[in-house]
Design a protein around this ligand. Structure first.
Ligand code: GLY
Length: 265
């Protein structure tokens, strides 16, 4: 398990608990989400069950786990020996510097660090889809910030922050430091900018630049990225820092890996 930012093997919070966030939404404003869910390897599948089987949008913590177990998902230990070792190494310094999918971090290792526990990397998996009938949908899932406070919830499970789908306009999802995305209702903002006539690319750029303009000093060491897809199939992506890449596939190509443009080069 080399990916420490989603699901099994995700880095834990500062007390050693792996807790997961996920959301899913379709073009009919149907949505489901789970937050601070422990012991379930695929939180996005539980989020889908929330959408399909409950009158609610979001379940959190113990209630989300109870629902997942009732739905037949197996209870698992998600903290792998490797993640456990990284957490124990982090405990020696306990410095909290969230670094999210930028060139400042390379899949779990802070460059030039001498500390085995200095792995603050964080990432998010966001997916946007458009089917042959023109129906949009999206999903977003993460283990959140490594070494976060217990109970911390990021943007990924929050409809309008980490994910938003408007069947008439387009869809957006985000990655990076969730607190900054929540402050701006980031994915909703991207879709609303598209409604006003901006292309997905320009909408992602404007949403990112609002964060940069509001917090110019913080933004220099912060990563936030947005990915957007219009109902017509146009794609946009933009991030504060270099290093945000996305994969695109359609009927003509599979998994083209494309680096997003960024505010800081
Ligand atoms: N972007 C995911 C998080 O902050 O948890």
């Amino acid at each position: 398990m080399k990916n420490h930012t989603v699901g099994r093997a995700g880095y834990p919070d500062r007390d050693g608990h792996v807790s997961l966030d996920a959301s899913i939404m379709d073009d009919q404003w149907r949505c489901g989400a789970v937050a601070a869910l422990e012991h379930i390897a695929h939180p996005i599948s539980v989020a889908r069950r929330v959408l399909e089987k409950t009158p609610h949008v979001m379940l959190v913590g113990a209630g989300a786990l109870q629902f997942a177990l009732e739905q037949g998902f197996p209870r698992e230990e998600l903290l792998t020996p490797e993640s456990d070792a990284a957490w124990k190494a982090w405990l020696k310094t306990q410095t909290y510097k969230p670094i999210a999918n930028s060139e400042m971090s390379t899949y779990g290792h802070v460059p030039n660090s001498k500390l085995p526990g200095d792995v603050h990397n964080h990432d998010t998996l966001g997916i946007l889809a458009l089917d042959q009938q023109g129906r949009l949908s999206g999903a977003c899932t993460t283990s959140g910030m490594a070494w976060k406070m217990r109970g911390r919830v990021g943007d990924s499970p929050i409809i309008g922050a980490g994910l938003y789908v408007d069947g008439e306009i387009g869809a957006a999802t985000s990655t990076g430091v969730g607190e900054e995305v929540i402050r701006n209702s980031g994915s909703f903002l991207v879709v609303e900018l598209m409604r006003q006539g901006l292309s997905p690319q320009r909408a992602c750029e404007e949403a990112v630049m609002r964060i940069v303009r509001r917090r110019p000093e913080t933004a220099k060491s912060l990563q936030v990225g947005f990915l957007a897809l219009s109902r017509q199939g146009a794609v946009g992506a933009f991030a504060i820092q270099k290093g945000f890449v996305y994969a695109r596939c359609d009927q003509n190509s599979v998994d083209q890996i494309i680096p997003a443009k960024s505010a800081f080069l």
